[in-house]
Design a binder for this molecule. Structure first.
Ligand code: ATP
Ligand code: LTN
Length: 330
């Protein structure tokens, strides 16, 4: 049976949050039965901004534990660490040579990150500029058909398609042209402290997000402090972006449609709603975190190594084809 292939990844930088879960990982879990699925922990991408080495090691395993606790099944999918398959960096170098600098300069993420306060001028490395080329290599190495990501990644998939077409035109059919796969549900969870910006692990305040590792007390405190809109009724509409976001989170975590939530709180106020939302978040998080703890570092590493063994032959084969086409002596 020839199933379509999906590939996606998350950087082991910062604290993974409900936005990453609802916008990305939760959807992967649904897709794994239907597609030949490869999920990566993209440590090579994480080092495009400065990382503490000990933290990076810890976060890399933590992201894998989050994949597993969320229900990604290593029997059905391949889960691996990007730097374990060196073909990613090799293909990236080759793709670099057909990438134009203005194509990279105009990427929104590059523009945002290179002016962000965390990355000083001195440390805006070439890695940050070349980030999308590495992402293209990740995707193209495996003949990926679909890339399930949040809408913030669309521009990177577009450049991946451009590079694949350019290579194919110059050297002959080699790469499958991938498509983005954006699921409407959970597409954009906004920051708890500012509903005009997406929830983000690189946010300056930890009150922006609920991390998947936050304890009960922290979750309750963060929800209590979350900004709300004027007025006191619990209604789901665009004029009340803060409340809409909180209702979205409630709805996605409890599988309750927003309209039903509105009805439930018809004669109640923010205090009741927030207190129940905190209960909903805590009852999602407790079993999730319990599952995370069931995986010790050794067990996770074993799963990740097996994942790398499984995908490496695919990557090797594609890279060899590329090398032959461009005239390298094999
Ligand atoms: P940063 O904000 O530090 O750039 P991030 O939180 O966006 O990081 P990524 O590793 O860049 O995390 O993204 C991982 C996946 O999670 C991507 O598919 C991305 O689209 C998705 N994602 C990230 N934030 C959100 C959000 N607030 N709502 C929905 N999906 C999100
Ligand atoms: N840039 C992506 C992470 C990422 C990715 C990929 C996603 C790296 N390589 C390949 C999909 C496919 C992000 O979500 N921030």
């Amino acid at each position: 049976m020839n199933r379509q292939r999906i590939f996606s990844g998350i950087q082991p930088s910062g604290n993974l949050h409900l936005g990453n879960y609802l916008g990305a990982i939760k959807n992967w879990v649904k897709l794994q039965d239907e597609y030949d699925s490869i999920f990566c922990v993209v440590d090579l991408h994480a080092i495009t901004v400065p990382q503490n080495p000990e933290e990076l090691r810890k976060k890399t395993l933590e992201v894998a534990k989050i994949y597993l606790a969320a229900g990604i099944d290593p029997e059905k999918c391949s889960i691996f660490i990007q730097s374990h398959v060196s073909e990613h960096t090799e293909l990236m170098w080759i793709l670099n040579t057909i990438t134009k600098i203005p194509e990279l300069n105009k990427m929104t993420q590059f523009k945002d990150k290179s002016v962000s306060s965390d990355v000083s001028n001195i440390s805006i490395g070439a890695g940050l500029l070349n980030y999308p080329v590495l992402m293209a290599a990740d995707i193209l190495l495996y003949d990926t058909n679909l890339v399930p990501v949040g809408e913030d990644q669309l521009q990177h998939i577009e450049i991946t398609r451009t590079l694949a077409k350019r290579f194919n035109k110059r050297f002959g059919e080699t790469f499958v042209i991938p498509e983005p796969y954006i699921q409407k549900e959970g597409m954009r969870i906004m920051g708890l402290d500012d509903p005009t910006k997406k929830m983000s692990k690189s946010a300056s305040s930890e009150y922006n997000y609920i991390a998947l590792t936050d304890d009960e007390e922290t979750i309750r405190k963060k929800i209590k402090k979350a900004v709300t809109d004027s007025g006191s009724e619990i209604v789901y509409c665009d004029d009340k972006p803060a409340l809409k976001n909180l209702i979205n989170i409630y709805s996605l975590l409890s599988d309750t449609p927003p309209k039903e939530i509105e009805k439930k709180y018809e004669n109640k106020g923010y205090a009741d709603f927030k207190s129940d939302l905190a209960d909903v978040a805590v009852s999602f998080m407790k079993p999730f975190q319990k599952k995370m703890k069931e995986y010790d570092d050794e067990k996770v590493l074993e799963i990740l190594r097996q994942g790398a063994e499984r995908v490496r032959p695919l990557a090797k084969k594609k890279l060899e084809e590329v090398k032959k086409k461009i005239g390298f002596v094999i």
